[in-house]
Each structure stands twice: as C-alpha cells, then as structure tokens.
Design a protein. Structure first.
Lengths: 206, 370
C-alpha cells in the first residue's frame, strides 16, 4: 500500500465527523436550554431523548470505523505536549460521546421514565428502579455534559490553531476542501507522514 | 534536501509579539471560542437571571413552604394506590392510544393534598389530587395528575410562580399580604374570574366521591390521524356529597386519608374517565377558561382502585407523575402550563430522590389487608 503524503481522513470518517458535530453541539445547547426555561422544556426534551440515542448510535459506528479506517498521522514536527493534548482530548471526546447518552438513558431507567424515541417507539430500561442511583446519575449527566462542552471548546480552538496559526495538514485532513496550499510542505514532511503510521490510532488529531 | 527538523517544529510555536498577523489570528480564535461559550451561557440562562427555569421555580416552592427533604415540593402529603382501568372501547374513535382499546390495563397512582407541607392536617379547604400511571403491558405508559377544582387559577408558568409568593400567608396575620395580592391579580387578570369559578363549586367530603379534573387541554389523535382537542375528568361512581364544616373539626389530622383507606378496604372505589370534546374555537391554551357545559363528554372506561399503601421505596413515592408522559395518540396542547408542570415536576423529583427519606404522615395500617 502506498502512502499519499498528508492524506486526509477517509471520506466516511470525515462525513461521520461532521454528521456528529452538528447533533452533539445541538444536544449540549438543547440540554442546557431545557433546564433553564420551563416554557421551552417540553419541546426541547422530546428532541433531546431521540437525538441523544442517535449520537450514541453514531459514536458506536464511529469507533468501529476508526478501528477499520485509522486516521492519518499527526505531523511529525508537532511537539510532544501537543501530541499528548491531541491524544487526551480525543480519548475524552470519544469517552464522553458514549458516556453522556448512556448515563442519560440509565438515569431515566433508574427513575422509571419511559425512554420514548418517537411515537410508539421506546427503549427498555437499562437500570433497576432506584432513587439514589437516579440522583447520582442525574448529577453525573450534567457534569459529563459540561465536561464535553469544555472539551469541545478545546477541540474547536485547537482545530482553528492548526488551520490559521500552524497552517499544517491537520485541519484540511478533516475538511472536504483545501483551505490553503501548503507551500511549506517539504519532502521531510512526506517522509515523516509515511513513517508515523505506527502511532496509536487515538493519537491522531481529527 | 531534507529540511531541518528544528525549523519544521518552529511552526508549532505560539506567535511572537512581533508577528502582528499571527497575533490577530490568535485573538480571532480566542474570540470565537469565547463567543460559543457565551452563546452556551445565554441558552443556559446564566446571562438572563429573570428567566424562569425549573430550579428557580422549585426554589420558590421551597421559599414558601420550607424544605422538607425527601418529599415532593408540591403535593407533599399523599398515599399510594393501585388498581386497574377497564377501557370500554369508546375512546378508540378519538385516540389510537393503546389504553383505549377494549380491555384492562394495570394502574398505580397516588392521592394527595395540594401544598408543600408533608405533615399538613387534612382540612376543609384542602385541594385533593389524584395522580395515575397507566401501564399497558406492551409499553405506551400514560401518566396524569389531576385535582378536584374545576379550572386552574393561572394561565402560564410565570403566573403560578408569582401566585405562590403573593398568596403566601403573612406569619403575623395568617392571611396573604393584601397589597401583594392586589399587584398579583392586576398582573394576572385571569386569576380572579378563575377563583370565582372555584369558589362557586362545592367541595367533596372526601377522596372517594371527588371528581378529579385534568384541567389542561390535550390533543387526542386517532388511527386515521384526526386530532381532537380534549380535557378529561375522573368522575367518582360514588354519589357526590359535599363537605361539611364538622369534618374540619375532626381530631384526626389525616381524616381524609384515613377515610379513603377504610373505604378502599371495604370495597373497591371506581371512577369513570370522561373525555370532554372541545370543538375548534374552544380555548386550549388557557386552563383558567372552562369549556361550555354542553360539550360532548365520552365515557371511555372505568378506573377501579382496590389497593392503598404507604409511600415506600419503589412505589408511587419514587414516581414522577409528569403529565407529559403520554402514549402515542395523546399529545400536549398549546397550553404553556403543561411544559411548566413537566419541568418543575422533574426538578422536584430530582431534588427529593437524592435526599434522605423520612416516613410519610399517612400510614396505611398493616396486617389488615388492603
């Protein structure tokens, strides 16, 4: 298999990334909005539950896809602390995209709220009825969601740093177009890209 | 040909103060991140302290009633009930909800008094409530919470929020502050006419002969997709007997509940679920406005309550009778009180479920069967 220099994420990975970016961000805003307005509460909560399950399904597909279609390596010249930050933030993003909807489903289960997706379609409980468990899970749901929002902000800021300041191949690897010609690209960059394929999958930024 | 690796890693240094262009970009990135965070804070209500969210709403209940850990912030005093609903099939033409197909559905629920004090003495002015949870075996749960007054007293969440404080009795006089009440009724003109209707309606002598009204309008949607505006009531089979002043002099603090417990033990109690059909034009967004008396009412089935038990872990104590837990075929109307109820019930539930529980005032004697 020949490595093309600075290959982008596989097309399906890029589609999944942007297809999830919208609902995940929407969920964070819907979630914080519904608990802050009694008049908007119901309209938001009926979107919140099915959309949360959609995110859970998408992140499961995405994790499998990531194992099948590994992301491109990070630029070789990136300093170690930035690599570590990229790895850590991506592990956290994936973990939270799983945890927030699962905790949401579990907390509704512990309180014996029906998990209605749409019309007659609903999910079974995944926890026994338990008031104390509900209280803990409800609090956990909020804390993890706020952590996901902060992690998203870091991810968004880092993506813009790569696009505008570092001007490397990280940002274009997730877009569907070329942001700018990378005039500074050198043969050593190509070499390093080809050699970095052994980096653990999650170390790669997206 | 190879570039110096040190030069390549220069790329990942933060821009120096002399690099104006990069600093502008860095500032733009920072501003973008802050802008998103501010949008989030705005949606979350942190920038609008006047917005009525569920936490502020329930804080108001606690402000007025005090905090009674483990108990509902409203309808704090109550007892659990169970039985069944026998649908007669008359509801099918109005709603495709599974509960309306002919047959029997298990029901659990709770009788309670309106108000946030779990130890309040039963009294002649108490508003009685019935909360129910219909559980068809195949899912499609339906929850409701009804009270025995004919109309609601305010038409939106803000109205209820302000009414709570305005009608709070002054500790010195035992009466609400007249000036506060006047300001409230001026701001909420629907309140006094609704109060007039409530005062002109006789109160029942107990739970067993009370009619419980859903008050808010809903939409029933049938199998062919046709929607009907409805309100519903649980009308007691037992003949209505008005409350007497003597009842209030009972030494038993729980005389309403104790009477209920005794009656259920004697024989099951029944109610008919009457669905009132509101033709287009009847107000659905304002629960203070009654519908005309001549509206068609459909008896869709019979509720039988044959068990009563003390609030305990896992029974009605730990269920939120959220009126917007609805099966397919029943939808909320445009009444804003519904969303406000759903939100505040959720907040009250979340708070009490995490608190240490103490025994309920209403204790069903054990060992005599129920």
């Amino acid at each position: 298999m020949t490595m093309t220099p600075h290959r982008p994420f596989p097309l399906f990975s890029r589609i999944l990334h942007w297809a999830m970016a919208v609902p995940v961000l929407a969920m964070l805003f819907i979630g914080i909005g519904m608990v802050s307005s009694v008049s908007a509460y119901h309209q938001l909560v009926v979107i919140h539950k099915p959309l949360g399950i959609l995110v859970l399904i998408l992140v499961a597909i995405r994790l499998v896809n990531r194992l099948i279609n590994p992301p491109p390596p990070l630029p070789d010249a990136m300093p170690a602390w930035q690599r570590f930050a990229a790895l850590g933030s991506h592990v956290l993003l994936y973990a939270l995209m799983f945890a927030v909807p699962i905790v949401g489903w579990a907390m509704l289960s512990a309180a014996r709220y029906p998990v209605v997706l749409y019309g007659p379609l609903q999910l079974p409980p995944i926890m026994p009825q338990n008031p104390e468990l509900f209280a803990v899970l409800r609090e956990t749901h909020t804390i993890l969601a706020l952590l996901l929002f902060v992690t998203f902000l870091a991810h968004f800021g880092a993506a813009l740093m790569h696009a505008l300041i570092f001007r490397d191949e990280v940002f274009p690897s997730m877009t569907f177009w070329r942001l700018h010609e990378r005039a500074g690209m050198t043969s050593s960059d190509r070499d390093s890209a080809a050699h970095a394929t052994a980096t653990p999958a999650l170390a790669k930024s997206e | 040909m190879a570039e110096d690796p040190a030069a390549s890693s220069q790329r990942y240094r933060l821009p120096s103060l002399s690099d104006r262009g990069a600093l502008v970009k860095l500032a733009a990135i920072g501003a973008s991140v802050v802008a998103i965070a501010l949008c989030f804070a705005y949606v979350g209500g942190w920038l609008s302290p006047g917005r009525l969210g569920e936490a502020r709403f329930v804080d108001r209940f606690e402000e007025v009633n005090g905090v009674h850990p483990g108990f509902r912030r409203n309808h704090a005093k109550g007892v659990c009930i169970a039985g069944s609903f026998d649908s007669n099939g008359q509801g099918v033409r109005l709603s495709k909800a599974v509960v309306f197909t002919p047959g029997r559905v298990p029901v659990t629920g709770r009788f309670s008094l309106a108000g946030g004090h779990p130890d309040v003495a039963d009294g002649p002015t108490a508003v009685l409530a019935m909360a129910l949870r219909f559980q068809p075996p195949a899912g499609q749960e339906w929850r409701m919470a009804m009270i025995d007054i004919p109309v609601f007293l305010v038409k939106d969440g803000e109205g209820l929020y302000e009414q709570l404080l305005a009608s709070q009795p002054d500790p010195k006089t035992g009466q609400p502050d007249a000036a506060k009440m006047a300001a409230f009724t001026a701001a909420h003109p629907e309140f006094l006419p609704a109060m007039q209707i409530v005062k002109s309606t006789p109160l029942p002598s107990g739970f067993s002969n009370a009619t419980f009204n859903g008050l808010n309008a809903f939409r029933f949607v049938n199998a062919s997709g046709a929607a009907t505006a409805v309100r519903w009531s649980m009308v007691a089979s037992e003949p209505f007997t008005p409350e007497t002043p003597e009842q209030g002099k009972s030494p038993d603090k729980n005389y309403l509940f104790d009477d209920l417990i005794a009656r259920v033990r004697r024989s099951p109690l029944q109610w008919h679920l009457l669905v009132t059909i509101g033709p287009p034009g009847d107000p659905t967004s304002d629960p203070t406005l009654p519908w005309p008396r001549d509206r068609e009412r459909v008896d869709v089935g019979t509720l039988t309550i044959d068990k009563v038990e003390t609030e305990a872990p896992g029974n009605c104590r730990d269920i939120n009778f959220d009126p917007l837990v609805l099966p397919a075929g029943i939808e909320p109307s445009d009444d804003p009180i519904l969303s406000a109820r759903s939100a505040t019930y959720s907040q009250s539930f979340t708070r009490r479920e995490g608190e240490t529980k103490t025994p309920s005032a209403v204790q069903v004697p054990v060992g005599k069967g129920s």
